[in-house]
Design a protein around this ligand. Sequence first.
Ligand code: FAD
Length: 424
Amino acid sequence: MIAPGDPGFREAAVGRVFNARKPSRTPAGVVFPETEAEVVDAVRLARTRGRQVSIRSGGHSWAAWSVRDGALLIDLGGMRELTFDADTGIATASPAVKGGVELTPFLAEHGRMFPGGHCETVGLGGFLLQGGQGWNSRRWGWGCENVVGIDVVTADGELVHANEAQHADLFWAARGSGPGFFGVVTRFHLRTHPAEPMFHDTRVFALDDLEPLLHWLHDVLPQLGVAVEPVVAATRVGRPETVLLLHTTFTGDQDPLLDTVPCRALEHFHGPTTIAEENVAMTLQNPEGYRYAADSQWTDADAATLYPLLRDLYAELPTEHSFSIWYGWAPARRLPDMAFSLERNVYLATYAIWSDAAADERHRDWVHGHHARLAEVGDGVYLGDSDFSRRPDAFMAEPNRARLEEIRARRDPDGLFVSYEMGR
Ligand SMILES: Cc1cc2nc3c(=O)[nH]c(=O)nc-3n(C[C@H](O)[C@H](O)[C@H](O)COP(=O)(O)OP(=O)(O)OC[C@H]3O[C@@H](n4cnc5c(N)ncnc54)[C@H](O)[C@@H]3O)c2cc1C
């Protein structure tokens, strides 16, 4: 264990946090297990010493959920298993495996795909536990819907396998509780899909076209195929005072409905693509080494309600890299019974991205201020793009949240694992 005062402690505590705005919180110590037996030892050590446990897989949580005052931080970065069973189509992956950089090329060798995160370096652990909004997720479902089992070290320090049939309560909780999960997942068992051809289309519009664009999108969204991911992105990378209409499809071609857009595109790029190529663009939009603040909102509000709020937000992007998205989610089916339970017609998310530490509070105020206004016309947030140290909000349906806390009370009665309260 690396403890406060030991050489390299600060690096061990926050070095693998993606966000360059590192938290000032101080863990009681950091351990880097390389085997499941070492994870068991770490959980038992925390219990013996009267410490809580926090966990890190890929380190991509914007709010650095893994770094908690006084907790023993179990950093799973050293565990790197990836397997694939051609007979069942099931892959297994360690939680620190990166969805894009590692899982995607590994599955491509087998002609398979998985709905991993849109940014290639996101770790599977946090991504899958919180839901997992991945490639082709409108059709293949949330990442967590494609988890068929987990290996998990419980608060008792036991390694168990959980799925629909055994330890089903843990399995239910693991699919959506995110940073509130009460166990250490050491392995995910994943349903993979046959590889599909992918198509990309980007149209650039003047920001002044946002109003007709949004009205049209809200009108066509119910008819768009579920293999289409339609996104409006406001970004200053590229032409100023513009918005992009991006869509990827997993049908090998574009959806003809997209050609009915009523505004004139200033530029239009389209053609076949791959997850690897799309990841390159996403990495440019989410550069490493910058300070980030993120917030989100689910909403069923109509275009007329959203337009003035989004126009203000899009016109004010504070830095070159900052961006904001309108994502046409339009759920086409009921979610299975699991902790993850909050989604709406449209997903909104905003990311302030900057490098000057002196501007931290200004940019945080900007993101969370805009999203507080969006929250007045929305119904909660997605854990993946949330920071409860600034703006707590609902992230599960009420009955699911109640059930989660009831399972926690049985599985982790002493509160060994940290939960959603994290301080600043
Ligand atoms: C550049 C970038 C792009 C992103 N793009 C997407 C996207 O396209 N779709 C999307 O859904 N999200 C996206 N996110 C959000 C991201 O998925 C979440 O922040 C997620 O938590 C990251 O997982 P991680 O393992 O890397 O994070 P970590 O910070 O390591 O983990 C976050 C928390 O999850 C819990 N946790 C992680 N691993 C385990 C485990 N093995 N056992 C128990 N608990 C665990 C812990 O509470 C931990 O503190 C993006 C984030 C970034 C930085």
